[in-house]
Write a protein that binds this ligand. Structure first.
Ligand SMILES: [Zn+2]
Length: 221
């Protein structure tokens, strides 16, 4: 029996470190409880309390669909495979990316294929905070979904239409069973428009979102 070999040129970590956050929806707290009695040495059990939306996290359909799949029911196969990076880093804040722009960006990246993971790069992790990020127009997102993608990721805290509380973009994705990763980082460090992505959420049952580690592997050329 031969063990499979995974060869790659370079790895980029696309995950935001988990840290205590100020926003009331995204709390993250840790506590170390000392268990050992005196003279027994160091022995602790860490406790962690966090929002499922802390740091880089994945949202399951349950986030916006009452009968949608929870995190524990997501397919593990959606979280590894070939990914295409759509460079929309020039998109201005608080502005929709329309269908023509999305299609042209995809063309420049070599196209979006059936079964792809798609990461949208706004460079929002290093642009001015406090402003509403750019976001795909629902028509543009519908076109992406129609290409047969299996997972969507974005480096802003959300992909929703500004001011629309009915979450049309979330519902569009989740209605097709496509999970959404939010708050990616470091997409600008990737040198090529295609890479191999490996990410896995915890098999957390009954919840709508959970932080995850997202790694991108590039070839040598
Ligand atoms: Zn979220």
């Amino acid at each position: 029996m031969k063990v499979p070999v995974f060869r790659y040129g370079r790895m980029v970590d696309l995950s935001r470190p988990l840290a205590p956050a100020q926003h009331p929806w995204v709390r993250y707290e840790t506590k170390v409880e000392s268990i050992a009695k005196e003279g027994q040495g160091w022995y602790v059990v860490g406790q962690m309390q966090l929002s499922g939306h802390a740091g880089t996290h994945v949202e399951a359909p349950l986030h916006a669909l009452e009968d949608g799949a929870d995190v524990g029911a997501l397919s593990v196969e959606a979280f590894f495979g070939e990914a295409v990076i759509l460079d929309l880093s020039a998109a201005p804040g608080a502005t929709p990316v329309d269908l023509a722009c999305m299609q042209e960006t995809a063309r420049r990246a070599g196209g979006v294929r059936q079964g792809d993971i798609v990461f949208i790069r706004f460079d929002w992790d290093r642009r001015a905070a406090g402003q509403y990020p750019p976001y795909p127009a629902t028509e543009a997102l519908g076109w992406l979904v129609g290409q047969g993608i299996k997972l969507l990721g974005i480096d802003s805290p959300g992909l929703e239409i500004e001011g629309d509380r009915c979450l049309p973009n979330h519902r569009l994705l989740f209605g097709r069973g496509i999970p959404l990763i939010e708050s990616l980082v470091n997409l600008e460090q990737l040198r090529f428009s295609r890479c191999y992505v490996f990410a896995q959420p915890l098999p957390a049952q009954g919840t709508d979102a959970v932080p995850l580690r997202v790694l991108a592997f590039e070839g040598d050329e």
